[in-house]
Design a binder for this molecule. Sequence first.
Ligand code: 3H9
Length: 688
Amino acid sequence: MGNINASVDLRRDGEIAIITADNPPVNALKHEVRAGLVEALGRVRDDAGIKAVVIACAGRTFFAGADITEFGKPPQAPGLGEVIAAVEAMPKPLVAALHGTAFGGGFELALACHFRVAIASARVGLPEVKLGLLPGAGGTQRLPRLIGPEKALKMIVTGDPIEACEALADGILDEIVEGDLTAGVIAFTRRVVAEGRPLRLVRDREEKLVAEGFADAAEALTRRLRGREAPAACVEAVRNAITLPFEEGLKREGELFRKLVTGDQSKAQRHIFFAEREAARVPGIPQGTNPRPITSGAVIGAGTMGGGIAMCFANAGIPVTIVETGRDLLQRGLDRVAANYRATVSRGGLGAEEMERRMALISGVTELDAVGAADVVIEAVFEDMDLKKRVFADLERVAKTNAVLATNTSTLDVDEIARATSRPQDVLGMHFFSPANVMRLLEIVRGAATAPDALATAVALGRRIGKVPVTVGVCYGFVGNRMLARRSVEAERLLLEGALPQEVDAAVVGFGFPMGPFAMADMAGLDVGWLIRKGRGERNEIEDALCEARHFGQKTGKGYFRYEPGSRTPLPDSEVERIIAEAAARLNRPRRSIAQEEIVERMIFPMINEGARILEEGIAARPGDIDVIWVYGYGWPVWRGGPMYYADQLGLAHLRDRLSLYAEQSGDETLRPAALIHRLAAEGRGFA
Ligand code: 3H9
């Protein structure tokens, strides 16, 4: 007994052996852990004094899965499969004690045990698909045997975890322990021994393996894969659980796993997994900087954005006050929030009681003084510099000392806004994306004077409210919208040169985006940009012509596309084709047919070029930060790893040559490759 190695401990409680792994922070099943487990299992199997065995983890969670950092490196025995074989070979009762997040290989290990016991706050899941993988340690064969193929497929294809209470109801767990897990699991194990409960391995259970409903479930879950390979492999593996003997299904699962783990898609998704975590480490925040405590928030403005931001607070259990200038506007905003919650309740995504609890955390006022109690204030008023400056000047008067003062501007100069107060160190941008309660991305804009602890507070708050915060510097459009603007310019140019909106959108969707730029423009509405351009004396030849013909987008049933009444499906519109052709003629642009490949390059490469400039200027700290922004904020296909990662895969010399060609052809100097691309390409390097 005692330490098996630095990561695994073995001790006794009477006739029960307790194997405890300890590999902070999430007990990933790295090589040392696997070796320790095999060694410990061997010892207890051969010890006649041991009647039963518990596998548990120290720290904040049961094994959260295989060690992702080991993927792509030469495998080191024992593999997880060998650990699981040793688990299943145990002739005495073997109980897994779950807490935290028993995920991936960790959950698969638990599935191989005779019994599973958890505390109520535990969650179990197989999130491998989110890394472009499938469960590769028997999960696709054991889970269907335990809960039936249909339910198992849902968990495996979505990768979403379930709560302990649901796992108990489904038969994944044998018991939920109240209070101390160790005491509870030992008591459970003693009962198992005393009652002489039969030891039945999940692999031997066949009674739930029915094919009925499986094909429909698989169809529904994989309808919109948009190029992702892993979900289809998940379906194949679970289908094998129904059609093949256990050992054969297991073998096939291993083959599928190895194919995915060495493939480009999983590599790209693992890059995003680590880039997302890296983004939380912001350069320039000294070690040991403590975020300011946040116990309540305030949002200025009850519009769609303000309401969505308030919902983020309430969803995370943080009380929040919405401030609006008039009673009517306020009530309309609160009604919109309630309607949003009701829609989620009616879809089954939220309990009615939980909705009440969240609504109760949101209060509305018309007096700005009410923000005096808030630890963080987020301004979400109309995008107008003078208005925002007035709000911040007022905030300075009423907000408490040390409150973080954030603006949700998507374009305006955060430093100029900060100068409207005498505490610019507390001011920063928190740029939410619409709908704010849904979209995961949060651009945190660091002003010239922003204090490190204010920044750390915004990052910590972002994570607490379930966002993926990425810190960026001040510039027009910050990172995401600044790059997007390049795509918009090029999309218009493509139309003038001969492409049709449906061709451009199809190319972008074919690349893996959920939507093309023109369907997106129709959804947002074309008239707002038109009004702004008119005010500035600017012109966008095609879009202005569309607006003059009252093509305002979905809201008028026609924009770049036409829409049948009540439908949001974009349909090609011959009137639009005529308007485009006329616009091209006015500008004397000859039109030609443009290949899909060229469309894709011209939609993507100018954005990457802008990304390179953003890196040169230090607006983003790392290429991975830009990748995270695009995956979480703009629907960049995660399996392509983000624009900068994608560029590295293509090779920067190729990118440089194509950009130079397009700059030449169009005469647009902004398409010339950024200096950073020239330099890295010459050195044979990538952004990373
Ligand atoms: C698998 O199991 C394959 C098998 O089917 C078959 C094998 C043959 N490995 O997210 P956090 C690090 S695939 C290595 O900030 P949280 C993470 O990088 C795996 N490292 O914490 C971070 O490091 P750092 C299936 C990992 O509390 C630190 O831990 N499992 C792993 O917000 C803290 O992470 C998964 O996909 C890992 N598996 O969330 C689960 N996991 O501090 C992936 C985390 O240096 N993990 N790290 O930045 C998660 O979903 C979350 O980390 C978790 C905790 C929910 C567990």
